[in-house]
Design a protein around this ligand. Structure first.
Ligand SMILES: [Zn+2]
Length: 257
């Protein structure tokens, strides 16, 4: 990150009333969580049975073969069990403490933003440890999947339980979507798009909207994405190191411990 960009971001942060973070898998990479789509993600390739991950983790697969889908979800969860938030998550949570208004919109289902202390948070795709019965709708939260049977059945109605996440082929939960729309309507002074390929329109359109309304748009991503050409500042770095640089600089300039 060059000095001019760093200085612009820090100055804008110091003047901002409303700051938006849109985050994706790249934020959790440093915590050891593999990305589905990113470079080198273990689920980047076709799965052993020849299915694409989008096909396997879809609602139609879940409806026809919940056991198979649960098996993969369980394997994924097993690899990331005990993952902890990293400096990227903590810095974003810290900013919420110090800045007037910070909203985090994440596509990650790993819960690491909430673990790091972010409170004003929209988990667009859900949270892997929230489970929901497909029969009676009963919800439970578990700390991990070590004690669940695959697939789990509801003790109340015998229905199959699913993780309360958005599968491929499903739409976003309506309430969360409308909250996002209404937040965007209220405007943001800065938006940071961090570690996301911005493939979904509901995470790229807010960046366009904020730019059109005169907000500063910043992308932190080592790769080039669908929004790289329109953002005001493109930071070609991983999330953790980039956010550390920005926050260190902010703290020094404004004498925050
Ligand atoms: Zn039930």
């Amino acid at each position: 990150m060059n000095h001019k960009d760093l200085s612009s971001v820090v100055t804008a942060l110091s003047q901002a009333n409303r700051v938006l973070f849109i985050t994706g898998a790249g934020v959790s990479e440093e915590s050891g969580i593999p990305t589905y789509r990113g470079i080198g993600g273990i689920y980047n390739q076709k799965l052993k049975n020849g299915m694409e991950v989008e096909e396997l983790l879809s609602i139609s697969s879940f409806n026809t073969n919940p056991h198979l889908v649960w098996k993969y979800i369980y394997e994924m969860e097993n690899r990331c069990r005990n993952a902890l938030p990293n400096r990227g998550h903590y810095i974003i949570a810290k900013m919420e403490e110090f800045l007037p208004y910070v909203l985090v919109v994440t596509q990650n289902v790993d819960g690491l933003h909430r673990k790091a202390g972010s409170k004003n948070l929209i988990e667009l795709h859900g949270y892997i440890y929230n489970l929901k019965c497909t029969g009676c709708g009963k919800e439970t939260e578990v700390s991990d999947f070590s004690h669940i049977d695959i697939p789990p059945y509801c003790s109340e109605c015998g229905g199959i339980i699913r993780p309360d996440v958005v599968f491929f082929g499903e739409t976003l939960p309506v309430k969360k979507y409308y909250r996002l729309i209404s937040e965007i309507k209220d405007g943001f002074d800065i938006v940071f798009s961090v570690g996301t390929s911005s493939l979904f329109s509901y995470v790229s359109l807010p960046v366009y909207e904020i730019k059109n309304r005169g907000g500063l748009t910043v992308e932190i991503n080592p790769s080039f994405t669908s929004i790289s050409h329109i953002v005001d500042i493109k930071i070609t770095m991983e999330a953790g190191p980039a956010l550390s640089l920005i926050w260190e600089n902010y703290r020094q300039r404004f004498k925050i411990k």
